[in-house]
Design a protein around this ligand. Structure first.
Ligand SMILES: Cc1ncc(COP(=O)(O)O)c(C=O)c1O
Ligand SMILES: N[C@@H](CCOP(=O)(O)O)C(=O)O
Length: 515
């Protein structure tokens, strides 16, 4: 194929050992070259094999003219207001959101088959940086960044799990899938966006731009991702957390990764307001999804879903929503695939919210007239306890353009759905419980058909939320526990253990003779 010959990025499919290594690189003194400086490491006559970044440096640079820039959200391709991605800017002149706009004409010079084959060729490799599920789509993410500046944990490429038993048993479906974005480096989908944002910060710092540290407000997952990626690149990070509102497992992540952790006596919305004010004053780069760079990484989960279905399009994708960047990121990923000819249509989107923190749901019910923020109440889905989402306009846009739906779940519904899913072999977080509860409701109302293909996006690892599961199964949550599986305490003697086991076996198989 001529186009693939013209685009040198296909050379990434070459196995590492097949790349010619010039003799002068085999000296005992290893010289590594980065875009900003040369470093010399004297490793007493040990000839280090080239690492994956060295290999990337030796690859001929791709000769393409892919570019991206910031434009006001929803601006056309002829927007007079644009910003380079190397500028530090989060809002448009009118105070609105920004979006990263790609040069679709340049990307469109290659057809859908080309992009499908290119992306497929990079899966399952360790080639820098394409071994990452995000950077395997680099041309669509940050086309101009030097691979040397990328900070990646080879995130993405998460499991798309066929929820066979949950589907059959609880919603009468055969084609239900769970995209496990939470089985990831820091245990949530935030890694997908954070690799992009921290890579760009790395680049800005090498360009001597005024970025001393990176900061975010967080309900626990953004902070974990920010701290890990910053620690990996040696960049200072600062996280604003609402005091006593995030899980222990989430809290210990930025502490361990060396962030400055501020525990603030307010809720997430209060922390968000503060970080916006602080980042306007100090050379601290804002890492929340208000910063549209994050969504460039998160959108790759949508592309990955299509790829995992061999570029067949599911009917529905259900995403739990809080600050509402992710629902837009999914829309953007699907839309780019359609516009560039990888697929012919895009799925319908459902945004699922906890009833205790449901500003988007109320807005949807009101026909998207006059948005009102709410005071978000405590919810077991603590990472989406957000009443004033920064990406409200992005979410509405995504839903309007996909015949989208917003559904909500009460505390009991979301916890029951989580526990039911766990009982079929998953171990999901309460936010994924919100999405599954929404699915159950939409199935019960007949909105989603039994034969349709549905993907539920699982956003965090269940281990981050173990305490809520313990409380549920121990009967410690008033009014809840329909599906609890409590511990059985038993005396340490043969007879007592036998009695318990005989009861258990009899209940499982009434033919089993208890005596
Ligand atoms: C685990 C989890 N699920 C869902 C969400 C919602 O994502 P978004 O804020 O992009 O709507 C968040 C964060 O807000 C989260 O941490
Ligand atoms: N759930 C998020 C809330 C902030 O969302 P963001 O995507 O705007 O960073 C978190 O974990 O902090």
């Amino acid at each position: 194929m001529l186009s693939s010959l013209l685009n040198p990025s296909f050379t990434t499919t070459l196995p590492i050992h097949s790349i010619l290594i010039p003799n002068n690189r085999r000296a005992s003194t290893v010289v590594s070259c980065t875009s900003s400086h040369l470093t010399t490491n004297n490793h007493s006559h040990v000839s280090s094999p080239p690492n994956i970044k060295d290999e990337a440096r030796r690859r001929p640079a791709a000769e393409n003219d892919f570019t991206a820039k910031y434009v006001p959200f929803n601006a056309g391709f002829d927007s007079p207001e644009t910003y380079s991605l190397d500028e530090i800017v989060y809002r448009s002149r009118s105070g609105g959101l920004l979006d990263v706009q790609h040069d679709m004409e340049a990307l469109g010079r290659f057809d859908g088959a080309y992009w499908r084959a290119l992306f497929d060729s990079r899966v399952g490799k360790t080639t820098w940086p394409y071994g990452s599920g995000v950077w395997s789509k680099k041309e669509w993410v940050l086309p101009e960044i030097d691979p040397d500046d990328i900070v990646s944990a080879f995130e993405g490429n998460s499991n798309l799990f066929w929820a066979e038993r949950f589907g059959k048993q609880f919603v009468g479906m055969n084609d239900l899938w769970v995209k496990h974005c939470g089985i990831s480096h820091t245990g949530s989908f935030k890694d997908l966006g954070m690799t992009v944002l921290v890579s760009q910060v790395n680049r800005l710092r090498k360009m001597n731009r005024p970025v001393v540290g990176v900061g975010c407000a967080s309900t626990g997952d953004t902070s974990a991702a920010l701290s890990a990626y910053c620690a990996s690149a040696g960049i200072p990070s600062i996280v604003f957390l609402p005091a006593n509102k995030i899980s222990t497992a989430q809290l210990i992540q930025p502490v361990s990764n060396g962030s400055l952790v501020l525990s603030i006596n307010t809720d997430f919305d209060g922390c968000m307001k503060l970080i916006r004010e602080i980042t306007a004053e100090l050379p601290i780069y804002l890492a929340n999804s208000l910063n549209s760079l994050r969504l460039e990484g998160q959108k790759t989960a949508a592309i990955e879903i299509l790829q995992q279905f061999n570029w067949e399009v599911p009917d529905w994708v259900i995403v739990p929503g809080g600050n509402l960047g992710n629902i837009y990121a999914f829309y953007k990923g699907f839309k780019m695939c359609k516009e560039l000819g990888l697929v012919e249509r895009i799925p319908r989107l459902v945004c699922a919210q906890a009833a205790n923190a449901n500003p988007l749901y109320l807005h949807y019910k009101n026909g998207f007239k006059d948005f009102n923020a709410v005071k978000a109440e405590t919810t077991f889905a603590s990472a989406i306890q957000i009443g004033d989402p920064v990406s409200i306009d992005r979410a509405v846009h995504a839903l309007r353009n996909t015949e989208g739906i917003v559904e909500e779940a009460t505390e009991e519904e979301l916890m029951d759905a989580m526990v039911q899913a766990d009982s079929t072999g998953m171990f999901i977080c309460p936010h994924t419980g919100v999405a599954l509860a929404a699915l159950i409701k939409l199935r019960n109302r007949g909105v989603i058909g039994a034969g349709e293909r549905v993907v539920v996006v699982s956003t965090a690892h269940g281990l981050k939320f173990a305490q809520s599961k313990i409380d549920y199964h121990s009967g410690l949550i008033p009014g809840m526990g329909r599906y609890a599986n409590p511990l059985v305490s038993v005396k340490a003697d043969f007879g007592s253990v036998m009695d318990v086991l005989k009861d258990f076996l009899h209940n499982k198989s009434p033919d089993f003779n208890k005596s």
